[in-house]
Structure formats: structure tokens, C-alpha cells
Design a protein around this ligand. Structure first.
Ligand SMILES: [Fe+2]
Length: 190
């Protein structure tokens, strides 16, 4: 029986219209869930190579690979990580080593995400401009790596976050607000 590769994806505009006033952790978790969805989208694109790439999935993936990945990194490295580092509730934990490793993975994810976004954009402009072997390799590197990253983050960051104090939460909310309305409100223009 033929395999059904249909992937149910929510409309981008709806996805980007959600916000969490006063709850920065919920915003950060929501951003993580977008990336788990992005991994499924990229896997479906990879499964369609070489001759059956879903153009709608490629269109859907590009803004997630650029804006959303960047937002994830910014929310974590500029907001959550400094609060975790300074939290009195986490003294005695090996916070710095964990955050260093996550930041290292972010750098790799960002660079790969931009490369994939460029490749998919070229493909959308010229359907013959796709080296299936290279693209398949890039896609799998990203979604396999990011799934590991997300699982590790859920495990350790959620455990750390449970020990944040009320003051830490207030600091985190203030830092997220300082990133500007795009980080909090997500525009809704995609
Ligand atoms: Fe992360």
C-alpha cells in the first residue's frame, strides 16, 4: 500500500498570531513546539526528494527556518539563559555547562537553517535548482539534530525552570519584553 506522506500543518498566520502576555516561559515553550513542527515539515520535504517535493511545505518552512529559529535563539540566549545563570534557586546545579552546550548547538542550527532556507528559496524560484543529495543531507542533519536539541532542552530547561523564583520570572518577562513587540506578539503578517 502506498505510504500517505500528507502532513497536517497549521496556517502560518494563525501560528504567528499567538502571544503570552506576562508568561515568557510559555512563549519560549511555544517557540520550541514550532521547531518540532518544522522538523516534521523538513522530514516530509526530504521524503519527497528527488522528484516529489511539496512546494507548499517548502514555502511554509522558509520563514520558520529564518525568523522562528532566530527568535528561539534570541529568547533563550538573551532572556532565559541569563536568568538561569543568576537564579539563586539553581545554585549548586551545573547550569553553565548545560547552557554552553545548548548555545553551541544553537550556532550550528542557525547556520544550517539559513543554508536550508536559501536552498529552498532558490528551489521555489527555479524548480530545477535542487541537488537532491545535498539537500537531503542538509535537511536530515537539521531535523535529526534539532529533535535531539529539543528533547534535551525539554528535559533540562524545564527542570531548571521549575526552580526559578517569582523574581526570576519577573526578570525573564522583562527581558522578553525588552526584545520588542515582534518577540512577544509575533506580528501575524506571515
Ligand atoms: Fe534551544
Amino acid at each position: 500500500m502506498a505510504q500517505d506522506r500528507t502532513l497536517k500543518i497549521p496556517p502560518l498566520a494563525a501560528q504567528h498570531g499567538v502571544h503570552h502576555p506576562g508568561n515568557a516561559l510559555a512563549l519560549i515553550r511555544e517557540e520550541q513546539s514550532h521547531h518540532v513542527l518544522l522538523c516534521s515539515v523538513l522530514e516530509a520535504i526530504a521524503d519527497g526528494l528527488p522528484g516529489d517535493v511539496d512546494v507548499n511545505l517548502a514555502r511554509y518552512a522558509v520563514p520558520l527556518l529564518t525568523d522562528s529559529v532566530q527568535r528561539h535563539v534570541s529568547l533563550q540566549e538573551n532572556c532565559l539563559f541569563p536568568v538561569l545563570r543568576a537564579s539563586p534557586g539553581l545554585s549548586g546545579e551545573n547550569v553553565e555547562d548545560v547552557l554552553e552546550q545548548l548555545a553551541h548547538e544553537h550556532a550550528e542550527d542557525q547556520s544550517l537553517a539559513l543554508e536550508i532556507a536559501d536552498t529552498l528559496t532558490e528551489y521555489l524560484e527555479d524548480r530545477t535548482a535542487l541537488n537532491a543529495e545535498t539537500v537531503g543531507y542538509l535537511l536530515r542533519c537539521f531535523f535529526e539534530g534539532y529533535r535531539r536539541h529539543a528533547a534535551w532542552e525539554r528535559l533540562v530547561l524545564d527542570r531548571f525552570a521549575q526552580r526559578l523564583t517569582a523574581e526570576d520570572h519577573a526578570k525573564l518577562n522583562a527581558l522578553v519584553c525588552s526584545l520588542g513587540p515582534d518577540a512577544v506578539l509575533r506580528g501575524g503578517t506571515a
